[in-house]
Write a protein that binds this ligand. Structure first.
Ligand SMILES: NC(=O)c1ccc[n+]([C@@H]2O[C@H](COP(=O)([O-])OP(=O)(O)OC[C@H]3O[C@@H](n4cnc5c(N)ncnc54)[C@H](O)[C@@H]3O)[C@@H](O)[C@H]2O)c1
Length: 335
């Protein structure tokens, strides 16, 4: 889609302003985050005889950035890499960190690298053409930070989220900029001292305990942002049940989801899937789950003892919430 919409402009820019050697496209969708797509970028680099001091520029959403970034980290053992995100998810989340990953053997983001880009170009103009559902997916990563790191960010989303969604993140532009920048700063503050994740306890992992397992269960058809939204809903239900935060936080989260079209629960989200996700997450985080739960709006807390049973109870409550809201994706659980 990015090539169809912007290919001519990118080629024009490259041919007049850069020593452009070659261009290639990657297939859309999370299911294409595979070795063969990384190889395709490396083959194009090789065909174009990209030198060791050359640069690979990734222009696109998170999928394109993950594939091109991993290719840049491997080609000649690493060439320069520039990110040009064209989705909200790409701008406020992927491009803030230094991670690149592909899916492998049925596991989300199993292979990857920490590889800092030379730079990032964020241009909100790209978001004018982004489908609303994709824009909403990007909002979930901002909500993540609002929920456990920055209450003000959450309140700004409550105030301006729907208008920004309707306007393709263009109106009110000052608030689009303010929200995106604040989100990036809040994320950077957490990432900067732990860029290579030697510390497994990370607040930006809120919404990322069950999400990978849910995406895997959907054969990568469920977008990442929606999986993160479901995960945050489950985590908030658990937090309310444990008395870590009040029901008001949950009500505000679901109200925000409703406005942004994020209140959804696909039928692939089952108790078994959540249990499997807990096991994989424990492996990924060095033996413990380090799950982030909201402890009041804008505050997070790490917990280690959430088990499959507690996750299933949260799922039942999430089903009720979605049913009551008559959310479009609602489907029952099948445990
Ligand atoms: N590496 C990281 O740190 C990190 C962080 C978060 C997410 N991710 C990954 O990012 C991916 C999700 O990224 P995403 O939400 O950007 O999805 P995406 O890359 O799949 O893009 C979504 C869709 O929007 C289209 N698109 C992109 N820009 C467009 C534009 N300007 N106008 C119209 N259409 C456009 C794409 O072709 C695609 O169909 C997931 O694979 C996730 O795992 C990685």
């Amino acid at each position: 889609m990015v090539m169809e919409l912007y290919g001519r402009a990118i080629l024009n820019y490259a041919s007049t302003r850069l020593v452009c050697c070659g261009i290639t496209t990657v297939n859309p969708g999370d299911a294409s985050k595979t070795w063969s797509q990384v190889a395709r970028v490396c083959e194009q680099a090789e065909r174009a005889r990209l030198p060791r001091h050359g640069v690979i520029a990734g222009v696109g959403g998170g999928v394109t950035l993950d594939i091109s970034g991993l290719a840049a980290s491997l080609y000649h053992r690493g060439v320069g890499y520039v990110r040009v995100p064209t989705t909200l998810m790409g701008m406020v989340d992927v491009a803030v960190g230094i991670k690149h990953a592909i899916n492998f053997n049925g596991k989300k983001s199993l292979l990857g690298a920490f590889y800092p880009p030379l730079g990032v170009v964020n241009d909100f103009g790209f978001l004018k053409t982004l489908p609303r559902t994709e824009l909403a997916n990007g909002f979930s990563e901002i909500i993540k930070l609002g929920m456990v790191r920055d209450r003000i960010l959450f309140e700004w989303l409550e105030q301006y989220g729907e208008r920004l969604l309707r306007s393709g993140f263009q109106e009110p532009l000052a608030w689009a900029r303010r929200i995106a920048l604040r989100s990036e700063y809040v994320m950077m503050a957490d990432l900067q001292p732990n860029l290579y994740e030697s510390e497994f306890r990370r607040f930006p992992d809120f919404g990322h305990t069950f999400s990978a397992g849910i995406e895997e269960a959907s054969d990568y058809l469920l977008p990442h942002g929606q999986a993160v939204a479901i995960d945050m809903l489950l985590a908030t239900i658990i937090a309310v049940r444990r008395g870590l935060c009040t029901g008001d936080v949950l009500s505000r989260l679901t109200a925000l989801y409703r406005g942004l079209g994020l209140l959804a629960l696909p039928s692939i989200c089952t108790g078994e899937v959540l249990a499997g996700a807990l096991t994989s997450t424990r492996l990924h985080r060095g033996g413990q789950i380090h799950m982030v739960l909201p402890a009041g709006l804008g505050e997070g807390r790490f917990v280690e003892d959430v088990d499959a049973e507690e996750a299933c109870c949260a799922l039942d409550r999430a089903v009720e919430i979605c049913a009551a809201a008559k959310s479009t994706y609602y489907a029952g659980t099948s445990r």
